[in-house]
Design a protein around this ligand. Sequence first.
Ligand code: ATP
Ligand code: MG
Length: 286
Amino acid sequence: MDLSKFKISNGKNFSLSNYKTNYTGDVDSKKKALKLLEKHKKKMAELQDKLYAHNKYGILIILQAMDAAGKDSAIKHVMSGVNPQGTQVFSFKQPSKEELDHDYLWRTTKALPERGRIGIFNRSYYEEVLVVKLHNLIKYQRIPEEFVTKDIWKKRYRQIRDFEKYIYENGIVTLKFFLHVSKDEQKKRFIERLENPAKNWKFSTADLKERGYWDEYQKCYEEAIAETSTSHSPWYVVPADKKWFTRLVLSEVINKTLESLPLKYPQLKEEELKNIKLYKKQLLSE
Ligand code: ATP
Ligand code: MG
């Protein structure tokens, strides 16, 4: 698959309107996609094993999207083949009182993946330039007035870029996915949540209210992606009208990224290598 179709390494001239929500490339059926996903999952398990053993790099996967775009199910389906010991998932909702007592990167920084692990953020510090900007929630953050200036969002983009560069230079590779769903598809999924008793619990009137701000959210996403796409922490705008295609893209990006790292299984120390036969003999003679 040509992943460059979805990848934004430089936000110059970025426009969401150039990205289709229902694109599926040459993967023309769900059946084909599921087969490929299974293959990718096997590969991912191997690569994750190596990442864990190598124990130097961490992978941070950020998922952002409008409601019902499929973040939760993408995590479930894409990551189900990997060793749970090597992954961590954190979901970020409205900040708690304790979280509001800190700077906005505090809660996510605490949750960054350890070396050797894959960390998944279901929503992230990007909410700080999305919902917080859209609903002007900055007033609840108790930032001293002199810092709450007109260019506060520009400053936040810069802070986020700096932060991502900092973690990159310390061995954490960040992959950012925007699950790009259409307004029509969201409507269908909300209706399904209302009609299917097993999905009722997913329905929330708050989601319906946020849907009313659809265009404003799209603009916020567009600006945030344009401002924070870099070669070391690119955004991927992933078509999300077909969930099976979203999952395929995610699994392929994750695998390609892992493959690009110089991962190696650690070797025994020279002394131990020399004595390998001896240790084996010792064990066999028990
Ligand atoms: P689902 O797809 O199941 O609806 P979700 O990620 O939307 O999952 P919810 O509990 O429905 O989870 O919503 C979390 C809400 O918290 C979102 O509306 C999000 O915008 C909001 N949120 C996240 N971070 C912040 C933040 N820093 N400040 C304010 N609101 C936030
Ligand atoms: Mg929600």
